[in-house]
Design a protein. Structure first.
Length: 252
């Protein structure tokens, strides 16, 4: 038998590269949405040129993307897809589909389940309204920003301020004050309602697990066809659906 000199294991340099990539990804979190090569260099004790090369290689692989600010990097599409797969392992994702289906049917709106990731709420399940020829919808994997009703509900029930600080990055003082007011209202009423560009209106309420907020359920529709006032059918059905899903999680 000819010995090719290979062992079936990655060379040491390849193993080190994988380790470094994992360390760089781990630097991101609720209060760290973007990093520069200088940040990576400082936090991992790397030469700045080496840190930059790692970041560029990770961009090529889809692990990182270029950030909005010059010289910054953010988690990339590949990490988002993998994150969605990890999120799907949560019990609420297994339980939610029939509740979303019934909610969408009862309200004639699109029902959405979102989970909290390191960068904020991420749409995980979508049940579109099947009774209308045209629907308002959102793609699974979409990251929701601070204007989303589901984001505000999450922030209303988190035990600390890290999520609020992360979603407030880049906000003006006026925008920050509006967000804080909306979060307070969501905490007080148990749900949030927002009007989005293009005549879209959204409502959201929390789903709880024994350890705290597990998910949010949202409804999407057009402001010309939906009544989301307190006590309306849509809001009543939304709160009933999230309460039932919370109960199901408690007895899972």
């Amino acid at each position: 038998m000819v010995n090719t000199g290979t062992t079936g294991e990655a060379p040491g340099s390849d193993i080190q590269a994988v380790t470094r990539a994992g360390q760089i990804c781990a630097l991101f979190g609720p209060d760290t949405a973007e990093l520069t090569a200088a940040d990576v260099s400082e936090r991992l004790g790397l030469n700045r040129t080496t840190a930059y090369r790692y970041c560029i290689s990770m961009v090529t692989a889809g692990i990182l993307d270029r950030g909005a600010a010059k010289g910054t990097f953010v988690l990339g599409e590949l990490m988002l897809r993998l994150g969605i797969q990890a999120l799907r392992r949560r019990p609420v994702v297994d339980l939610a589909p029939p509740y979303l289906a019934r909610l969408s049917e009862a309200t004639r709106m699109t029902a959405v389940l979102s989970l909290w990731s390191s960068r904020g709420p991420v749409v995980t399940l979508v049940e579109e309204d099947r009774t209308r020829p045209a629907v308002v919808t959102v793609r699974p994997g979409t990251e929701l920003d601070r204007t989303a009703a589901q984001a505000r509900v999450f922030l209303a029930h988190q035990p600390d301020q890290r999520g609020l600080e992360a979603l407030s990055l880049g906000a003006s003082p006026t925008e920050r004050a509006e967000l804080e007011a909306a979060v307070y209202t969501a905490r007080r009423t148990g749900y949030s309602i927002t009007e989005l560009p293009g005549g879209v209106i959204a409502a959201a309420a929390p789903v709880f697990a024994p350890e705290g907020i597990a998910a949010t359920v949202g409804l999407l529709g057009t402001d010309s066809s939906v009544d989301l006032s307190a006590g309306s059918t849509a809001v009543t059905e939304l709160l009933a659906a999230t309460a039932a899903l919370t109960e199901a999680l408690a007895h899972r």
